[in-house]
Design a protein around this ligand. Structure first.
Ligand SMILES: O=C(O)CCC(=O)C(=O)O
Ligand SMILES: [Fe+2]
Length: 317
């Protein structure tokens, strides 16, 4: 993505402590890069060799992709399982001796809970030998903690634009990462399928297919090892690993627990009322299908107009 006039920069804050975070950064509810927070010895310790030695050989489920850009629409990646130490070795090398499909395939790990269908990812449970090396910032109450997730990827690997429903601190331990973000208010310009944007190539978007995308305003930052990205809930993010990199992200529940779907080990299901509203909308759209085309179009416009007048908040940043 070029640095054109309309691109925004994610603000950078140095030497952030809890007081500064809670008084200056968090209330704005826009992304911020936090530099100089003590995240523990992991920044120096976590070389590939160290991760290989200490991370153990527990099986991890990974994305394997023949190209750097993962494509959820054409599903150009496959899920495979490897021991953690073997995965780290492969993700850190450019050309593989052992591979599934090709010697330059890319790897991406998003760690899961013990039983991925019910358990929540927490590196303190799944990787206790490594968890001692990292200090989680104590910016929120322990009761709000939801999960801590390993994000480990090959150089160049790109994760599609998506949103999550919880507040998030993305702690970049090693490697650099380029992140492009969009405000939740750009939801109407991103051609969403569920939580993901169909616009995969942000550098060269297909504007014939995605004309509205030109209205979206990207905010960019490059995370250095040791940086933390504060990612408020609902902000879209697209992530490119510039190097082999290890990150851990911490999701926490900033809203009342009653808003969240409890059957959600990944922590990315829409809030309960959001899910229900979307289901009702699907039913309403099916009902419009019963009408002749000019009526369908007319009532569709009335619905758009009603939504614009009643729920869209003109005050939000
Ligand atoms: O850093 C990454 O690889 C992806 C991060 C992400 O999607 C998240 O923390 O929610
Ligand atoms: Fe995410």
């Amino acid at each position: 993505m070029g640095d054109s006039e309309k691109d925004g920069k994610v603000p950078l804050y140095e030497d952030v402590n809890k007081e500064l975070f809670l008084s200056e950064i968090y209330p704005k509810r826009v992304p911020a890069v936090l530099r100089g927070v003590d995240i523990g010895p992991c920044v120096n310790l976590w070389t590939t060799d160290y991760l290989f030695q200490k991370g153990g050989s527990r099986q991890v489920k990974i994305h394997v992709c023949p190209t750097a850009q993962m494509d959820f629409i054409n599903k150009n990646f496959a899920y495979r399982t490897l021991p953690f130490d073997e995965f780290v070795t492969r993700a850190a090398e450019e050309k593989h001796k052992d591979f599934f499909h090709s010697q330059d395939e890319k790897y991406y790990l998003r760690s899961l809970g013990e039983d991925p269908r019910k358990d929540i990812a927490d590196i303190r449970t799944q990787f206790p030998e490594l968890a001692d090396d990292i200090i989680f910032p104590e910016f929120f109450a322990p009761s709000q903690f939801f999960s801590s997730v390993f994000r480990i990827g090959s150089p160049g690997v790109q994760l599609w634009t998506h949103y999550d429903i919880m507040d998030n601190l993305l702690i970049q331990v090693s490697g650099r990462k380029r992140v492009v973000l969009f405000s939740p208010r750009d939801a109407t310009h991103l051609y969403l399928t569920g939580d993901k944007s169909a616009v995969l190539d942000l550098e060269n978007p297909d504007l014939e297919r995605f004309p509205q995308f030109s209205q979206a305003r990207p905010y960019t930052c490059t995370l250095q090892p040791g940086d933390i990205l504060f990612l408020p809930a609902l902000w879209f993010h697209n992530v490119v690993s510039l190097d082999f990199g290890v990150a851990i992200n911490i999701f926490w529940r900033h809203l009342d627990p009653g808003f969240y779907d409890n059957k959600d080990p990944y922590g990315n299901k829409d809030l309960l009322s959001g899910q229900r509203a979307l289901q009702i909308l699907d039913r309403a759209l099916k009902t419009l299908d019963e009408l002749p085309v000019e009526y369908k179009d007319f009532y569709g416009r009335r619905m758009v107009s009603k939504i614009q007048q009643t729920v869209l908040d003109k005050e939000l940043p």
